[in-house]
Design a protein around this ligand. Structure first.
Ligand SMILES: CC(C)(COP(=O)(O)OP(=O)(O)OC[C@H]1O[C@@H](n2cnc3c(N)ncnc32)[C@H](O)[C@@H]1OP(=O)(O)O)[C@@H](O)C(=O)NCCC(=O)NCCS
Length: 187
């Protein structure tokens, strides 16, 4: 793994800025998640659609030459969105309607958070997460992450995310996922 310069500063991205950095952001995503190269082309239209959703916001970590080192974004979750319906199905099946309503009535979906592998482990992920969630008006934040021992897990536990669903299978993905959540604002 190539060592990367640490993030020098953080910026909020407008939709336009996000679009212009889409390629760079997808490169980080593919590298950080160790997905096959074609994944970027597949995901691009979806990431662009997300920009148009209510409550969408994004933060970026940049190095001293202005290159992207990390990216995070999310938006307000709502009925009818694929992820919302998948999570709702799981929570209703396992915990019932009441619990589903508690988690899913007013939440921000943390959709993506990725740091270039060579720049991980220096606090950039936590900085991105805190900046992204700062000022979010929703009362909870939810995310999904593959089950397993990872930096992502350590980060989410460290900032107080609890289990909403464990060992959950999203339609079309054979991997088990966890859905995690916590109340907002963060301390
Ligand atoms: C998850 C991810 C975004 C976290 O980003 P990160 O920059 O590595 O996270 P942080 O640096 O904030 O925290 C990770 C480690 O840095 C340590 N750390 C935090 N601040 C630090 C600092 N100032 N100096 C040194 N180390 C620090 C933490 O203790 C933690 O150590 P550990 O993982 O050994 O326990 C990143 O690891 C990543 O992109 N992973 C692959 C993609 C992924 O899984 N994305 C999430 C999918 S749901």
């Amino acid at each position: 793994m190539t060592a990367m310069p640490s993030a020098q500063h953080y910026v909020r991205l407008s939709g336009e800025e996000f679009r212009s950095r889409l390629r760079e952001a997808l490169d980080i995503y593919v590298e950080a998640m160790r997905y096959p190269p074609g994944t970027a082309e597949q995901r691009a239209p979806m990431w662009l659609t997300h920009v148009l959703r209510e409550g969408w916001r994004s933060v970026a970590a940049l190095d001293d030459e202005g290159r992207l080192v990390g990216i995070a974004y999310g938006y307000r979750g709502k009925p009818g969105q694929w992820w919302h319906e998948q999570v709702r199905r799981g929570v209703v099946e396992r915990e019932g309607e009441q619990t589903a309503a508690t988690w899913l009535d007013d939440y921000f979906e943390l959709t993506e958070i990725h740091v270039r592998p060579g720049a991980q482990g220096r606090g950039t992920g936590e900085d991105l997460l805190r900046m992204l969630l700062d000022g979010v008006p929703d009362s909870r934040v939810l995310l999904s992450t593959p089950e397993g021992d990872s930096r992502a897990w350590k980060l989410y536990r460290r900032v107080g995310f609890d289990d909403v669903l464990r060992q959950y299978r999203f339609t079309g993905d054979p991997r088990p996922f966890a859905v995690l959540g916590r109340a907002l604002p963060l301390e």
